[in-house]
Design a protein around this ligand. Structure first.
Ligand SMILES: [Zn+2]
Length: 330
């Protein structure tokens, strides 16, 4: 990915292009105003004038232990598993420090991607509700981080001027429903979009951000999940957020927060998922309202990010629990 091809357009073309882009994305309603300001201001940097260096490497890159995937390494300069990383024998893979959303510090971008399926599209108000929930989740995480002495900020608000590239729409020709086997097809389509249509590298440069992930919203009931890079597969991390949960009620901002935390290294702490019964029983007894354990479903986020998850996110360097439960080591 050397550079964008839209360089050198005239002001009028830029105007038309931005206007069209605004109309096509369908996010926000101020594309006309922004386009006019762009034409009036000769010095403004639009996408038309942004270049990436030929060897763009917004993240420190680390070679994998094998060179089995050179194509991925070239296309995606995101941190991968260091060659000297100890191999875990307990089967617990983490995404802390690797992938496009590597560390929950500094600035991280969350792009909203609204999915149109043969059964469901998004109305404008529905998109705004998704954005509100995403904002709530982000503010909750930022404030909790601050309590741990960590500064972090999400860049996600596509309703703001000149931020419409944080929102896009995509279409698939298959159904997303409980009884359809959509996951592989969706993951494949999603991987292609994050690779080709949504330049993570360009957005990082444009916003001066440290990390990035995409939240794909699906206007259907379902169980939200994170597509986490743990050393294999796609380093461009992302989330699939259903508007309603699998019981059909509106999804909780706390669930969005839970999924966002996953791409930065948080683990599921509920029984039967990642850890032994001894660990999950300990968490249940000592941190019953831990957000990676359960979500109460009260509308507002009332869960806590315990020191266990804070450690998994790298907000704190050690916790006494790793003595008794080495599997909790991040
Ligand atoms: Zn989870």
């Amino acid at each position: 990915m050397g550079r964008l091809i839209k360089a050198g357009l005239t002001g009028v073309t830029v105007f038309l292009w931005i206007l069209m882009a605004g109309l096509l994305t369908g996010c926000g309603s101020r594309s006309g105003e922004i386009a006019e300001e762009t034409v009036q201001d000769e010095n403004i940097e639009t996408e038309a004038t942004i270049f990436l260096p030929e060897t763009a490497a917004p993240f420190p890159s680390a070679a994998t232990s094998t060179s089995a995937a050179p194509a991925v390494m070239l296309a995606a300069p995101f941190p991968t598993v260091p060659p000297d990383a100890p191999v875990r024998t307990d089967g617990i893979d983490g995404s802390f420090g690797i992938g496009s959303a590597s560390v929950l510090r500094g600035k991280n971008i969350l792009v909203s991607l609204f999915l149109t399926t043969p059964d469901n599209a998004f109305a404008e108000e529905e998109k705004e509700i998704c954005l509100q929930r995403l904002k709530e989740a982000a503010i909750y995480i930022e404030e909790t981080a601050f309590g741990y002495g960590v500064e972090t900020q999400f860049i996600l608000d596509w309703s703001e001027e000149n931020s419409q590239d944080l929102c896009m729409e995509k279409k698939v020709d298959f159904s997303i429903s409980d009884d359809s086997d959509f996951m592989d097809a969706l993951d494949e389509a999603f991987a292609q979009w994050t690779e080709e249509d949504l330049s993570y590298e360009r957005l990082l440069q444009e916003y001066g951000a440290d990390g990035i992930a995409t939240c794909m919203f699906v206007n259907a009931p379902g169980r939200s999940y994170a597509i986490v890079y743990d050393g294999e597969d796609n380093v461009r991390e992302s989330l699939v957020m259903f508007v309603r949960n699998d019981k059909g009620t509106e999804e909780e901002p706390a669930v969005y927060a839970h999924e966002i935390l996953h791409v930065f290294g948080a683990h599921d702490l509920y029984r039967g998922e990642e850890y032994s019964r001894a660990v999950t029983d300990y968490i249940a007894a000592n941190y019953p309202d831990e957000i990676m354990r359960s979500v109460a479903g009260e509308g507002r986020i009332s869960e806590q990010i315990s020191r266990i998850t804070a450690y998994h996110l790298g907000w704190i360097d050690e916790i006494p629990e790793t003595e008794s439960f080495p599997e909790l080591i991040r």
